[in-house]
Design a protein around this ligand. Structure first.
Ligand code: ZN
Length: 683
């Protein structure tokens, strides 16, 4: 671990943040907070905080002594001065005289002493920062320190290692009690550079930003040096099946096992997954005793709100035996849930509290041979859980190499998992209707594809767009926040591969918008067979290939699904010389109905949007432009003659797809989006 302090950068921070009104203390506090936050071996997703004691000017011009402390919700790696709200220091330090203080009173007291009432909540560890007298106080959940502390003799190991440089504080739940305990221990060890919080993390402090920061680096560096001495490889490896199933095949099964079904059989809650694999992760998941060392508890308590106390450990999946894997996954998850309920009831009774049980599902699944799968209500949350799981693997591996990994007990974790201040970090209002859903859109780089991607993103869904490789795909992905998948639906292997990549990225797929299409023309009695076949490849087979690949994933998930096809009015109202386009589209309409018939009983709905004369919607994507037979439709056609006299936009088509995705009792239906055209009405 090396100090990244640079005098020039520090001076730069003073200049930059000074221009925004921050004083030098706050500017330097921002600078070193970012240095700490930028190193995942020190700080990960809220696992740390910093403060500085300084004087700032109040509205009336008087100087006020304040604690500028990390605000809840700010990422240390990207913090700005407003991320360090100023709290009047004296009212905070006076609290130390109390014998007890409830969490609610603590939070309320902190809030009402904020200089700016619009500030975020000061960190839950604010009082600890306030009660220590040092000007700069830094706190991290450094991996190396946790690996040494999470041991049966962790306190002694750390005391030996640090001698007089850092005092060890036994585990106490964060909040008022921990703040008092730390201040007390510091008073008995006034020369120390920091405090090791057993099973939790480390504090360093100093008179300057540089001193506190460099003490942190140096103290953590000592722990790293200690770990480097370990030479044994901690995990004896199991023998894996010769032919392992792929992550793409396994992810939908895990996703299905983690879905919570309501009593009526509909799915009420599902997760988005993130898969991670690396030599280190695999050495961990492929260990003979993974079910033991992986399930002793989290490396530091606050992980519990995102990963639960333990992961679920699944067997190695064999290709060709996925049904067996699905059975084992269900069994393991059911057992996990039962154990979670017992844990909840036991601790709720112990504390004589009336907490409401959170959902019982694991957030991390370990799969020998494949690595880890993390679950969250969005891709972003799944990635956070995956980061924490990966770091846990790092720490547990290091801990087992020097001794035995032994963190805080699961029962002690309960206090953290159900601590109102931790739960408050997760509550962020109601979820949009398609949150937790994965949407795949073919022809995603075209006008309708982009509009559809945007419409589904707006409903909270994770969106993947499939289109031919190129700038249009990359542009559409970055514009809409969708995941780009290069694929060609006219090629069976490519279409299948595209869906596999989506399953690997998000854990599966729930809604598919089969939208890729293009118009070929020709008088039907004369048109060449090659033209008809080309059109069928895209306008019929393209739909069938994507639907088939999607249905296979949906069946593995066992949570129903939604297929949406973009057909055209040509399917019901043929236009002169449009046979090569309309005939395969008519077949696609029949295809939609067939999926509705064959898969309704497992909850897969199949519907179509019958779009016509969409501005920019037909024949204009890159893919279509490259086809020699394609022809531009005159822009004038779009508004003329529809009943509403209204220009129909790509967003109108996108909305129809969204409505169908949200209609749980609708299958086999066609929604027409053309501004009204009697000849194209369904009958
Ligand atoms: Zn902490």
């Amino acid at each position: 671990m090396k100090s990244l302090w640079s005098d020039a950068d520090a001076q730069g921070a003073v200049t930059t943040y000074g221009a925004e009104g921050a004083n030098e203390d706050v500017a330097l506090r921002v600078y070193t907070t970012r240095l700490l936050g930028g190193d995942p071996a020190l700080v990960l997703h809220g696992g740390g905080n910093t403060s500085v004691k300084t004087d700032v000017e109040d509205m009336d011009g008087t100087q006020v002594r304040v604690l500028c402390v990390k605000g809840s919700g700010w990422d240390m790696a990207a913090i700005e001065p407003p991320g360090l709200p100023a709290v009047r220091l004296d009212p905070l330090t006076r609290l130390e005289a109390l014998d007890a203080l409830s969490d609610e009173d603590m939070v309320s007291h902190q809030r009402r002493n904020l200089l700016n009432p619009a500030s975020p909540n000061p960190s839950v560890e604010t009082l600890l920062h306030a009660f220590l007298p040092h000007k700069f106080v830094d706190h991290t959940h450094a991996n190396a320190v946790l690996a040494l502390s999470d041991q049966p003799d962790g306190e002694a190991r750390c005391a030996n290692l640090y001698g007089g440089r850092a005092a060890v504080v036994p585990f106490v739940m964060p909040g008022f009690d921990l703040a008092k305990e730390c201040a007390e221990i510091w008073r008995g060890n006034r020369d120390v550079e920091g405090l090791v919080l057993h099973n939790h993390g480390i504090f360093s402090f100093g008179d300057t930003a540089q001193e506190a920061y460099e003490r942190m680096i140096s103290l953590v560096g000592l722990a790293e040096q200690e770990l480097i001495r370990a030479t044994r490889a901690p995990f004896a490896q199991v023998k894996l099946p010769e032919d392992l199933a792929s992550a793409a095949d396994v992810a939908p099964i895990i996703r299905g096992a983690l879905a919570v079904h309501d009593e009526t059989g509909g799915t009420c809650q599902r997760f988005v997954l993130e898969h991670r694999s690396s030599p280190k992760i695999l050495a961990f998941t492929n260990g003979e005793n993974v079910a033991d060392y992986a399930t002793r508890g989290t490396i530091t308590p606050d992980h519990v709100i995102r990963t639960k106390g333990t992961p679920v450990v699944l067997p190695a999946p064999e290709a060709g035996a996925l049904d067996d894997f699905a059975g084992s996954a269900d069994h393991a998850v059911t057992r996990f849930e039962a154990e979670y309920r017992t844990y909840f009831e036991r601790n709720n009774a112990r504390l004589d509290s009336a907490k409401k049980m959170l959902d019982t599902m694991p957030r991390v699944a370990l799969v020998p041979g494949l690595g880890l799968f993390a679950a969250g209500k969005s891709a972003k949350e799944a990635a956070i859980a995956a980061d924490l799981a990966e770091t846990s693997i790092e720490v547990i591996t290091a801990a087992e190499a020097v001794g035995r990994y032994e963190p805080l007990s699961l029962d002690q974790l309960f206090d953290m998992e159900y601590w109102s201040l931790e739960q408050a970090k997760l509550r962020k209002g109601t979820e949009p209707p398609l949150a937790r859903h994965v949407v795949a859109i073919t022809g995603g780089a075209g006008t309708i594809g982009r509009a559809t991607a945007e419409a589904f993103r707006a409903q909270g869904a994770e969106v993947a767009i499939i289109d031919l490789e190129g700038d249009a795909l990359a542009g559409a992905a970055s514009e809409t926040g969708a995941f780009a998948v290069a694929g060609n639906v006219t090629d069976e292997a490519s279409a299948h591969e595209a869906m596999q990549r989506i399953a690997e990225r998000f854990g599966g797929v729930d809604i598919v918008i089969s939208n890729a299409g293009a118009a070929w023309q020709g008088r039907i009695g004369e048109v060449g067979e090659d033209v008809m076949r080309q059109s069928f490849e895209l306008n019929f087979w393209g739909h069938q290939r994507i639907a088939q690949a999607a249905v296979s994933i949906m069946q593995a998930q066992r949570t129903g699904g939604c297929l949406l096809f973009n057909v055209t009015k040509q399917a019901v109202n043929p236009g002169a010389d449009f046979g090569p386009y309309g005939i395969p589209k008519a077949a696609a309409l029949a295809l939609m109905r067939q999926y509705a018939v064959d898969y309704g009983r497992i909850g897969i709905r199949s519907n179509a949007v019958n779009a016509d004369r969409i501005r920019g919607g037909l024949l204009t994507s890159d893919m279509i432009a490259s086809r020699s037979a394609a022809r531009q439709v005159s822009e004038d056609d779009y508004m003329s003659g529809n009943l509403l006299g209204r220009e129909v936009e790509a967003t109108d088509v996108a909305l129809a797809f969204v409505h169908l995705a949200l209609a749980p009792a609708t299958t086999g239906a066609v929604v027409t989006v053309d501004g009204g055209n009697v000849a194209a009405m369904m009958r």
